[in-house]
Design a protein around this ligand. Structure first.
Ligand code: ATR
Length: 500
């Protein structure tokens, strides 16, 4: 392979590279996400350097897509780096973890001071913090960028959440704005904050996605198994819902999935899929981090657990074989519930639970931002999630507005618009959970979200009793409602109250 900096465009593997020019951006990793991102850059008129550990993949990309734009393929990392304009900018799109570390090490060695390495994978934000530190020590810049939107988003316009130094954003921003999704002409990308801020936000985005998918799943399950509505009709219902408050990509694809007929059997496609949901880990990371930050993300947590429970196939089978007692179950008919009003109640319960999940996700982002001094602007996130990404939805505009009106909003649920919405949803939400319980149908996120909501509203919580118990067995002390200070009661002695 020739070195393009010395003899640009002369490589036999580069029939479509732009002669006499260096690349504005490079992409390492020519699996689906990487090659689609490279094609996206090229489609916007940029010359794109491409490299993959196994050269066959690079050759295959050139063969299939080389004519789409100006690519400079390389078969060594040194050639790849030499084919980039300075400051060099290279996006890594390889597996998260050790593969990403390996590629970073190669790039750092081959690059010079001031060059920028961008990790576009789903890296854990603490890895990103570490990597930025290590790369900075070698005089290069490191940007951990969350990229959402899957294969299609990478190709046609993703939502991009870059962290890293402000200086890198100034160089990189225009390029990322070019390839990002646009909503009302506004690119779905913004500088999120320093070091790991971008990957942190992408992580919580994915956590919210888990909850969003689960609440849609719960709505589907109720309509199917409580109201007995067939998949074809459900597809129509979800299509209708997609024209209202719930307008979103996930509702739209739900209708598509429900409408699909299995090609092999002619049955509804939904009925031939094993009901065990997979996960790659970002939902779990979101919950683990929330536990450390002390932020209740019950919706995301229940969604992660629901996937885990669904996948515990042997245990589920044992429970069915063991005939766990269900008690006396009702039906919609026996409860005298009208089908159409139930459908509308379920829509409202879904909307309310979704609001809670988003409110909790934003709480985690705000807490993370504070913990790491990232100064994340939550309204900007809602703005860049309106397009490109999996949780894109119309109602994100409302979240942006909520934070524009009050950047210090204690909870999204307290925004006047959402409060008004909740007033119209809460009765239906309660009814749906009561009915689901009476019918023995699981609604983990619907139910836990309502409990969270009621906890938030409650004047008194049972935490007072917990403090009493903690003081009793462990002298953990408590505070009083009527005076300052910390107290302990001598439970094993005369039960006098002592000042601490
Ligand atoms: P996707 O999900 O987009 O299909 P992935 O599985 O996340 O991709 O990542 C696969 C990419 O990581 C491939 O480009 C792979 O390179 P090879 O084609 O040579 O296998 C790349 N990759 C994995 N481990 C790597 C490593 N240690 N060094 C460099 N690249 C690596």
């Amino acid at each position: 392979m020739t070195n393009p900096e010395n003899r640009p465009g002369t490589s036999p593997n580069a029939p479509n590279s732009a002669p006499n020019s260096l690349a504005q951006i490079g992409v390492v990793g020519m699996a689906v996400m990487g090659s689609n991102l490279a094609r996206n850059f090229a489609s916007k008129g940029h010359t794109v350097a491409i490299f993959n550990r196994s050269p066959e993949k690079t050759r295959a990309v050139m063969e299939q897509f080389g004519s789409e734009g100006a690519f400079i393929p390389s078969e060594s990392i040194e050639d790849f780096v030499a084919s980039l304009e300075r400051p060099r900018k290279a996006v890594i799109m390889v597996q998260a973890g050790p593969a990403t570390d390996a590629v970073i090490a190669q790039l750092v060695d081959a690059m010079d001071e001031g060059d920028i390495i961008i990790d576009g994978g789903n890296s854990l934000f603490t890895d990103t913090i570490r990597r930025e530190h290590e790369v900075a020590q070698r005089g290069r810049h490191f940007v951990g960028a969350g990229i959402s939107g899957g294969e299609e988003g990478a190709l046609r316009g993703p939502s991009i959440m870059p962290g890293g130094p402000q200086e890198s954003w100034e160089t990189l921003g225009p390029l990322l704005e070019d390839i990002a999704a646009k909503v009302d002409g506004v690119p779905c990308v913004t500088h999120i904050g320093p070091d790991g801020a971008g990957h942190f936000v992408k992580m919580v985005h994915n956590g919210i996605e888990y909850a969003d998918m689960q609440v849609i799943g719960e709505a589907y399950h109720l309509l199917r198994y409580a109201a007995g509505i067939a998949p074809d009709e459900l597809a129509e219902i979800f299509t209708e819902w997609n024209a209202g408050d719930l307008d979103s990509y996930l509702i739209e694809i739900t209708a598509e999935v429900l409408r699909q007929k299995d090609r092999k059997t002619g049955k509804p496609f939904i009925d031939v899929i094993v009901d065990a949901a997979g996960q790659k880990g970002t939902g779990r990371w979101t919950v683990k981090e929330a536990l450390d930050l002390g932020v209740p993300v019950t919706g995301i947590g229940e969604a992660v657990f629901a996937r885990a429970l669904s996948s515990a196939l042997a245990q589920r089978q044992a429970a069915q074989d063991g005939d766990l007692p269900a008690g006396e179950l009702s039906t919609l008919e026996s409860l005298g519930v009208d089908r159409d009003s139930f459908v509308e109640d379920v829509r409202r319960a879904l909307y309310a639970s979704k609001l809670v999940a988003y409110a909790q996700g934003f709480d985690e982002i705000n807490a993370g931002s504070q913990e790491h001094s990232w100064s994340i602007r939550p309204g900007d996130l809602a703005r860049i999630w309106r397009g490109g990404c999996i949780i894109r939805a119309k109602f994100l505009n409302r979240i942006t507005e909520a934070y524009e009106n009050d950047p210090d909003l204690p909870s999204l649920l307290l925004d006047p618009y959402f409060k008004l919405e909740l007033a119209g949803l809460v009765d239906s939400w309660r009814r749906v959970i009561v009915i689901a319980t009476q019918l023995g149908l699981p609604v983990p996120v619907f139910a836990s979200s309502l409990s969270y909501y009621d906890s938030l509203r409650s004047k008194r919580l049972p935490a007072a009793l917990i403090q009493g118990q903690r003081d009793f067995f462990g002298a953990h002390t408590y505070k009083r409602v009527d005076m300052e200070g910390t107290f302990h009661t001598s439970w094993s002695g005369d039960r006098e109250e002592l000042d601490y």
